[in-house]
Design a binder for this molecule. Structure first.
Ligand SMILES: [Zn+2]
Length: 307
C-alpha cells in the first residue's frame, strides 16, 4: 500500500468517526426539541397529516370560506365569509393544528368573501396574500388593507398564469383574472385550480359567465366549487362541459335573499350527473384525498357568529 492510499484510508476513517459523532449529537438535539414540542402541545391539537389534501368548505352562511390542508403540511384559506365569522374560522383552523396560514386568498373584495379577513389577518401568522388588482371603497375593504399593512405584509396581485405552488405531484395555479373589470368585482374573481396526483379541484369565487369565457387554461376538475353561490349567471352548460366535474359544492346561506341556488343551476348539475353538496343543507363539507380518489364528509362544524 503506498502512502497516498494510506492517507486516504486514514482520512476516510476520521470522516466516518466525525459523521458518527455528528449523528449522535443531532439525535440528542433532536430528542430535546421533540420533548420540548410535546410539552408545549395542547391535547386538542393534532399534527397535520402529511400526504393528505383536505378541503374544508366552511359553512359561513351566505358567503364563501374554504380552508385547505395541503399535502406538504402547509395550509391555505380562500375567502373568509361575512364579518361575523373571524373568531370561529380562526378557532377552526387552530383546532386542526395550524398556527400559520401560509397562503391567504381573497378572491374578490365583496363583504361575503372578505368580511372576516381583517380579523383573520390580525389573529394569525400569515404567509403570502393574493388578491386581484382591483380596489373598492367599502369600510370592509379598507379594514382589510389596514390589517395587512399594520402587520407589514404585502399583497401579491393575482393574475392568470401565476403558480402559488408548483411541486411535482401537487400544484395550485391561478387561472383568472385574465383581465380586470374595475366596476365588476365578481368578474375579477381569482379562479384557482389545484391538482394533486389524479385529483383536481376548481375554485371559481363569484366568477360569472363573462369572466369564465376569458379563461384559456384547462378548467377540467373532479371537484367544482360552484361559482357565485349557485347563481345562474355562473353555472352554464358550456362551463359544465368544460369542467366536467364529478362533484360540486355550493357555498350559501339558508333562505338567502338572492334566491341562490338558482333552480336552473341545480337542474344543469343534475343533468350532467354531478353529485352536488351545499353548505346550507350539509353544513361544513370536507373533501379529502391522498391523490387517488376523494372521500366526502358532510355535517361538520358550522361556523358560529361572533358574539
Ligand atoms: Zn359572493
Amino acid at each position: 500500500m503506498n502512502c497516498e492510499v494510506l492517507k486516504i484510508k486514514i482520512n476516510s476513517k476520521l470522516a466516518a468517526k466525525l459523521a458518527a459523532m455528528f449523528i449522535v449529537i443531532s439525535l440528542v438535539l433532536c430528542s430535546c426539541s421533540l420533548s420540548i414540542n410535546t410539552d408545549s402541545d395542547t391535547e386538542s391539537k393534532t399534527t397535520p397529516t402529511s400526504g393528505t389534501l383536505s378541503v374544508h368548505y366552511l359553512d359561513v352562511g351566505q358567503g364563501d370560506s374554504i380552508f385547505i390542508e395541503l399535502p406538504n403540511q402547509k395550509c391555505m384559506l380562500i375567502d373568509a365569509g361575512e364579518n361575523m365569522y373571524g373568531k370561529s374560522i380562526t378557532e377552526y383552523i387552530n383546532n386542526l393544528g395550524y398556527q400559520k396560514i401560509d397562503y391567504l386568498v381573497a378572491t374578490h373584495p365583496h363583504a361575503d368573501h372578505i368580511g372576516s379577513m381583517a380579523y383573520v389577518v390580525k389573529h394569525n401568522d400569515i404567509g403570502e396574500i393574493y388578491m386581484p388588482k382591483v380596489a373598492t371603497t367599502t369600510k370592509t375593504y379598507e379594514n382589510l388593507l389596514n390589517a395587512i399593512s399594520d402587520k407589514g405584509l404585502k399583497v401579491k396581485s393575482a393574475k392568470a398564469g401565476m403558480n402559488i405552488v408548483d411541486d411535482n405531484d401537487f400544484s395550485i395555479n391561478i387561472l383568472a383574472p385574465v383581465t380586470i373589470e374595475e366596476d365588476d368585482l365578481n368578474n375579477c374573481s381569482i379562479i384557482l385550480k389545484m391538482n394533486y396526483k389524479s385529483d383536481s379541484f376548481l375554485f371559481l369565487g363569484d366568477a360569472e359567465k363573462k369572466e369564465l369565457e376569458t379563461v384559456t387554461a384547462d378548467m377540467s376538475a373532479e371537484v367544482l366549487k360552484v361559482g357565485h353561490h349557485g347563481s345562474r349567471t355562473s353555472t352554464t352548460k358550456a362551463l359544465l362541459e368544460e369542467v366536467n366535474p364529478k362533484y360540486a359544492v355550493i357555498s350559501l346561506g339558508k333562505n338567502n335573499s338572492y334566491g341562490h341556488p338558482h333552480k336552473s343551476t341545480l337542474k344543469l348539475l343534475d343533468e350532467f350527473g354531478v353529485e352536488t353538496y351545499r353548505t346550507d343543507e350539509d353544513g361544513t363539507i370536507v373533501i379529502s384525498t391522498e391523490g387517488s380518489g376523494v372521500t366526502i364528509k358532510t355535517g361538520q362544524t358550522s361556523m358560529k357568529r361572533d358574539e
